[in-house]
Ligand binder design. Sequence first.
Ligand code: NAD
Length: 363
Amino acid sequence: MVEIQTLADTSVFGQIAEHQHEQVVFCHDHETGLRAIIGIHNTVLGPALGGTRMWHYASDMEALNDVLRLSRGMTYKAAISGLNLGGGKAVIIGDAKTQKNEALLRKFGRFVKNLNGKYITAEDVNMTTKDMEYIRMETKHVAGLPESMGGSGDPSPVTAYGTYMGMKAAAKKAFGSESLTGKRVAVQGVGHVGTYLMEYLQKEDAKIILTDYYEDRALEAAARFGAVAVGLDEIYDQDVDIYSPCALGATINDDTIGRLKCRVIAGCANNQLQSEDIHGPELVERGIVYAPDFLINAGGLINVYSEVVGSSRQAALTQTEKIFDFTTQVLNKAEQEGSHPQKAAIRQAEERIASLGKVKSTY
Ligand code: NAD
């Protein structure tokens, strides 16, 4: 689940400075064994919101690298989606199966509380809504609570809807029509989001080819959606129109890029390009339309934001639908600028931050 990109400067402050993070908090507690890092990338637009991930990192630097990379992505995701949120993320170092417990989570909640709302946490990998309930016992700065507690519930259906919107916009760019009827789509990872996405694909009569780390999950999904299940590595060689990464990051890399036969890439996974500077332009050269990951998977964040500002899921879905137009704009902008979509999307996000930074400075 962890995809590390080596940064030029490997010192702690070198890494923090690389993408200009505002604040990084190292949390340690002897009694509970808590070791966590909270990364706050940018709070110009609002409090830094982003989930907490629990993972058995091989080293502290790997954990730091992950939290820095993920929190930066959250800044761009919020900015490009028009939300009044900054970018943050947290990682708890440890094995979620054996080391996660109420005391550890509540201690972590206390560290979040100490930030006085500058960072708002939510669910990420290996965290559940139940875990959020424990964190909520210590701090109100937590989102993604169950609907029964007044929260916004599972964000996956909204993420899937946005991914679907982004996929349709990219299809329109590549094929001249947003219709996915008859299109062959390779879905990599049929977990929460992947499954909801396939419901939309099925409604449009797309032909689904899928894979999953868990073979039984893949076979079950294949039976349900009338799809073909293939092996984990075979997914890259499929003769498809669209490749949809819905599992891990960094799947578009030196080893896989030459094997892709698709004309469109649109999926929900974070950080799909192993190197934005290398693989972003290479996709353009290969004639593949890439729908920027942080733009089209923003539905989940939009849903969580509805909890923060007290609006409905319907409002979140309406806003998520705009991902179609945003994706179209970014793809056109990239083309006009002779750039690549990921770069154009980052620039658009940075422009909003810079322009609203001026508003704040005059307040
Ligand atoms: P999930 O854990 O429910 O599903 C991921 C699926 O991928 C699992 O079924 C897993 O077995 C499978 N998988 C793992 N490694 C794989 C591999 N090498 N090849 C194929 N399949 C593999 O997660 P999810 O909530 O569906 O999220 C999927 C991706 O989307 C993640 O990268 C997540 O960070 C990102 N994302 C999710 C949301 C959300 O709302 N859930 C929002 C934004 C981004």
